[in-house]
Design a binder for this molecule. Structure first.
Ligand code: TMO
Length: 311
């Protein structure tokens, strides 16, 4: 038995020693801020003397990939709530939580500010049904269209629970969401669409989230809670959820310096929004956005950008 343990121990040491010479795999998700900031951190890791490689992967698949070491860390992790799949994976020991950013996120139904003049009462959700015709695609119907993104799934429940006179049109990518917002804003067309913050819109155009009844954990499970006594999801998405940093369970042992860097990294809302805006609004390539972003924040003497491995 002792030999076996010793053998396993040696095996794991060599496994990690071998891995340490390998590339650190960084996930690129399907929206701009995550991609730009991952490349910022990737560049930093390279400067510290390690090799990195980028892996395109949907945020929906990444917990499994982090667990298996198919990717090794995530610098911009979004969560729908404080009790969702991420925290469950952390609590089970599948993924290591490396702490929160200062940045606080929100994801929900959203509209550009000019819509408020046409639909009096917004951002209160109760104004929406009075104006639903403004958001319909043809003159015969007064049913509004809500453009959803490819990530959120409770919208149908929300429509039913709050009796919203809206249907969902699901957009397939962040780019489709962005183009819809840009196109509508240019022509000052009424639109209600999925958006998130921090995001380019925060720093480039004015808009607001619809204020649904505030989230409560009972809203997800207890039909009797809230305005609709028979259905769940009669509330908005949670607000004030911090973005977090996550790692593969072997990161700290295999690349301690990179793990230390990750513990120090701290994004503000503005840093994330700006990363997104450089690409999605200003039209920079991701590589040029990395350069522009680093120039802007290097001048601000951000502590973690000056991080060095010790010893
Ligand atoms: C993909 N998103 C940033 C909306 O969570």
């Amino acid at each position: 038995m002792q030999y076996l343990i010793l053998a396993l121990y040696c095996f794991s040491l060599t496994a990690n020693a071998n891995l340490a010479n390998k590339k650190i795999l960084l996930p690129l998700n399907e929206w701009a801020s995550q991609r730009v900031l991952t490349k910022v951190i990737g560049q930093k890791i390279t400067q510290l003397g390690f090799d990195v490689e980028y892996v395109d992967i949907s945020s929906l698949d990444q917990l499994g990939a982090l667990r298996k070491g198919i990717v090794h860390l995530q610098v911009e992790l979004w969560r729908g709530s404080d009790s969702g799949s991420y925290m469950q994976a952390v609590n089970k020991g599948f993924v290591v939580d490396v702490g929160e950013h200062s940045a606080v996120s929100r994801e929900d139904w959203w509209f550009p500010d000019y819509v408020q003049q046409k639909c009096i009462g917004l951002p209160n959700w109760q104004a929406m049904n009075k104006c639903s015709h403004l958001f319909s695609s043809n003159t015969e119907s007064n049913k509004g269209i809500y453009y959803s993104g490819p990530w959120s799934y409770r919208d149908g429940d929300l429509i039913r629970a709050l009796k919203l006179n809206f249907t969902i049109e699901k957009l397939k990518s962040a780019t489709e969401v962005i183009n819809k917002i840009k196109h509508a804003s240019k022509n000052k067309e009424p639109i209600i669409i999925f958006n998130w913050s921090p995001n380019w819109a925060d720093v480039r155009i004015d808009g607001k989230f619809i204020e649904f009844p505030p989230f409560d954990k009972h809203c997800e499970k207890t039909p009797e809670w809230g305005m609709n006594k028979y259905l769940i999801h009669d509330c908005g998405n949670p607000v004030g959820i911090h973005l977090r940093k996550a790692a593969w369970t072997g990161l700290e042992e295999t690349w301690p310096c990179v793990f230390k860097l990750l513990t120090e990294v701290d994004f503000t809302n503005e840093m994330v929004a700006e990363a997104s805006a450089l690409v999605d609004y200003d039209g920079y390539s991701e590589e040029k956005a990395v350069v522009a972003w680093l120039k802007k924040y290097t001048e601000k003497n951000i502590d973690w950008l000056l991080f060095k491995c010790s010893g």
